[in-house]
Ligand binder design. Structure first.
Ligand SMILES: Nc1ncnc2c1ncn2[C@@H]1O[C@H](COP(=O)(O)OP(=O)(O)OP(=O)(O)O)[C@@H](O)[C@H]1O
Length: 238
């Protein structure tokens, strides 16, 4: 579905992504993990069309989407939930969700999809007239995910969905991601919470300093001593 090849992204003189290649197959959950500053968010923003790479290709369903406008990329089936959620704080829950449907062709499609989103996130239905700013952190994350789902994406990009959430909510968010995937949406997830991300991922890539250092199935990476020592806080055996 998605093939990123030899991606290089700079911010002025800073090379944030040095030479990254990876792929996401239809139906998978793929996790990109890595420390702060490894380049994860930059990669997602480049796929979404918010940043232009210096070089490299991003093939989505066999078309190179580099240089396409972000709105066109959404219409092609890629939606991103940004880091920090970026919900519209002055709008209600329902207004936020309707904003996510801007690319859908007709009102009926939008209202059908709204029903799907309320079914997936009952808490949003209970609060549809509440100002988004007054939602808890976990509810805001659900709203941001619900808004991205309003566009009926084939590929959902999630930037640190567990950030700032309590442990019980983190588990709930990962369970929801699994359910969204089981219902047919392919997921590319970036996370610092490597343990839970790899636990739900079919495959993962470990990034450091702007390049891919390791790849494998979620289970292989969870069992890898280097990943355990660096990202999972496991002390090496002596
Ligand atoms: N707008 C910007 N201008 C200049 N440098 C930037 C900008 N955004 C990111 N960078 C730099 O690019 C590098 C990669 O940042 P990026 O946000 O992609 O990392 P990340 O892996 O997502 O980190 P985190 O987990 O902390 O969000 C960092 O060194 C960062 O300082």
């Amino acid at each position: 579905m998605l093939e990123v090849k030899d991606l290089v992204v700079n911010y002025g003189g800073i090379q944030a992504v040095k030479d990254v290649s990876f792929r996401v197959n239809t139906g998978e959950v793929v996790a990109l993990i890595g420390a702060n500053g490894a380049g994860k968010s930059t990669i997602l923003k480049t796929i979404s069309g918010l940043l232009r790479p210096r070089s490299g290709t991003i093939l989505y369903e066999d078309k190179n989407i580099v240089g396409m406008a972000a709105a066109k990329i959404v219409k092609m089936g890629i939606s991103q939930v940004p880091e920090g959620r970026h919900i519209f704080a002055g709008l209600t829950v329902s207004e936020n969700l309707q904003m996510g449907a801007f690319g859908l062709k007709d009102k009926q499609a939008a209202s059908d999809q709204l029903a799907v989103v309320y079914d997936r996130f009952p808490v949003l239905k209970e609060r549809l007239n509440q100002d988004a700013a007054t939602l808890s952190g976990g509810e805001q994350q659900m709203l941001a995910m619900g808004r991205a789902l309003m566009a009926r994406p084939k590929l959902l990009l999630l930037d640190e969905p567990s950030m700032g959430l309590s442990p019980i909510f983190i588990q709930e968010i990962f369970d929801i991601i699994t359910k969204i995937n089981e219902q047919g949406t392919t997921v590319l997830l970036i996370e610092q919470n490597a343990k839970q991300a790899l636990a739900i991922a079919n495959r993962g890539y470990v990034l450091a300093s702007g390049t891919v250092k390791l790849t494998g199935t979620g289970a292989e990476l969870l069992a890898n001593p280097a990943v355990q020592a660096t990202y999972l806080g496991v002390q090496p055996a002596t």
